[in-house]
Design a protein around this ligand. Structure first.
Ligand code: COA
Length: 258
């Protein structure tokens, strides 16, 4: 399943998610944002062990689709654009598989926020990274002041979002916004190498580890706690007894606490 401008191919343990709106530098519009949620669900339920996210053409993503905003009401922005964007980006950040973002070109505004959802960022050398939103009179949305602060640190977000600094790939590497810099055109090959390493590791262990790291990072903490506790209790004989008692219309006889 793919939206025309958001392409998903799952092959050999790798899910490849590609923004395909090159003529607009992969600016994200409402349809692309909406398409991300079901695509993430599809990845979640697939055999893929790792995800590679990238953009087609010369940009990773130049952010939210500025052209779409002019006709919108405050309600359109607050209720739909922001909420739908959060749902989509949360789905990506909370995927059980590790996500590698290949910044094949600029990652600006919403494009950087999208990259922030990944677990690893590989940038090609020519890439520029920034949060230009205030220059347009808007705030860095889609968690650009929240997840971005958690992942990159408040001071770097201040420098980009308040002072308009645009970082080169090398600066972003030094500052910890990206994890690796490769030559232009080399991002996907570098990501494949990392993906191979991920696939040699225990998928279940990686999934649980990612959940724990996310929880420590303030990402999805409630679900992570409940998932782990739910799995633990579901494996106990008490659940089987509770279900049997319900079926047989009797009081359950739970095991004694050790
Ligand atoms: N939303 C909608 N369209 C966008 C876009 C965005 N965020 N960013 C780029 N585009 C479109 C341009 O309008 C242009 O479309 P056109 O050919 O129909 O005129 C096309 O993508 C190419 O962009 P262009 O500006 O001509 O490329 P450039 O190489 O001269 O400049 C950038 C590249 C990234 C510096 C420039 O496009 C830019 O500043 N984009 C906006 C970045 C931004 O503020 N993002 C924050 C939004 S959350």
């Amino acid at each position: 399943m793919s939206d025309a401008r958001l392409d998903l191919v799952i092959d050999g343990g790798i899910a490849r998610l590609t923004l395909r709106r090159a003529d607009k530098l992969n600016a994200l519009d409402a349809e692309m944002v909406d398409a991300l949620v079901p695509l993430c669900r599809q990845i979640e339920r697939s055999q893929a062990q790792v995800v590679i996210l990238t953009g087609e053409g010369r940009a990773f993503s130049a952010g939210g689709d500025i052209a779409a905003w002019s006709g919108w009401s405050a309600e359109d922005f607050g209720r739909h654009w922001v909420r739908d964007g959060h749902a989509a980006f949360d789905a990506l950040a909370r995927l059980s598989q590790p996500v590698i973002a290949v910044l094949n070109g600029h990652a600006l505004g919403g494009g950087l926020e999208l990259a922030a959802c990944a677990d690893l960022r590989i940038a090609e050398a020519h890439v520029r990274i920034g949060q230009p939103e205030a220059g347009l009179g808007i705030i860095p949305g889609w968690s650009g002041t929240q997840r971005a602060v958690r992942r990159f640190g408040a001071q770097l977000v201040r420098r980009m979002a308040l002072f308009g600094e645009v970082f080169t790939a090398e600066q972003a590497l030094t500052l910890g916004i990206v994890d690796q810099v490769v030559a232009a055109g080399g991002g996907l090959a570098a990501a494949e190498t990392v993906a191979e390493r991920v696939m040699e590791r225990g998928a279940r262990a990686s999934e649980l580890t990612k959940m724990l790291i996310n929880a420590a990072d303030g990402e999805d903490r409630e679900r992570v706690l409940e998932s782990l506790a739910g799995a633990l209790v579901a494996g106990s004989p008490d659940l089987a007894e509770g279900l049997a008692a319900f079926r047989e219309k009797r009081k359950p006889r739970f095991s004694e606490k050790d």
